[in-house]
Design a protein around this ligand. Sequence first.
Ligand SMILES: [Zn+2]
Length: 266
Amino acid sequence: MARSVSFFSFIFLISALLALLYRFGFSRLFSVVLSATTLIIIYLLFHPRNQWLVANRSRVSGAGCVALTFDDGPDPVDTPRLLDLLREKGVKATFFIVGKRAERHPEIVRRAWAEGHLVANHTWSHYSLFCFLTPRRLRAEIERGTESVRRSCGVRPRLFRSPVGLRHPLLAPYLEDAGLEYISWTIRTRDTLTSNSSVLARRMLKAVSGDIILLHDHLPGGTDAMLDVLPHVIDELRERGFQFVLAGPREDAGGTLQPAACEYAP
Ligand SMILES: [Zn+2]
């Protein structure tokens, strides 16, 4: 909460300073302060790994461990294909789930949890201007995301990741209220921008101990490139001595595997 207050105080003081500079005709200084402030705000809201507005974890512990994380699902076609692949390879991964997609495909979320993966909150609707949400809508995005996963598989998620890693000035206190830990990444494969399998493989194979790798199991153009190359990447990383771990513990998540589909969905 202290950081949220500092952020808003910073905006207020800078605005007052800019008004004074403008009022007294310091136009060059006005431009410099305005540009610097804009850059600082862009960094705080848009840089996925900045620690200032919300403390976030971008690594896993344990020597030789890496974590595969998949955002934006469940997808009715690609997520089951991915789950088949992971089962075949004996790899456990972490799924950052979009709440309203989970409402449509709860059986896929249930399957992911049942097969030993971790399910996490990736907001309710994946709103692309996440950093500009009103406080009320921000809270709803977090709470409905959690509730949707819980209704799907009986597990209350403990991890959270925002759309595109965007920050919001009120994210830290709201996540604390919701009992969620913010998780970012160290390797961004940019699978949203390329469908070239070898480029994806090269990016994943840069992994070093502790890396969290960001991938997607739902993309507008499909995830064929990732699904094609993932078996090879898994084999190669294993050969180098890596083991695949979840981005957080499953033990404290509890969970019943009982869907709560009969409950009222708001
Ligand atoms: Zn996303």
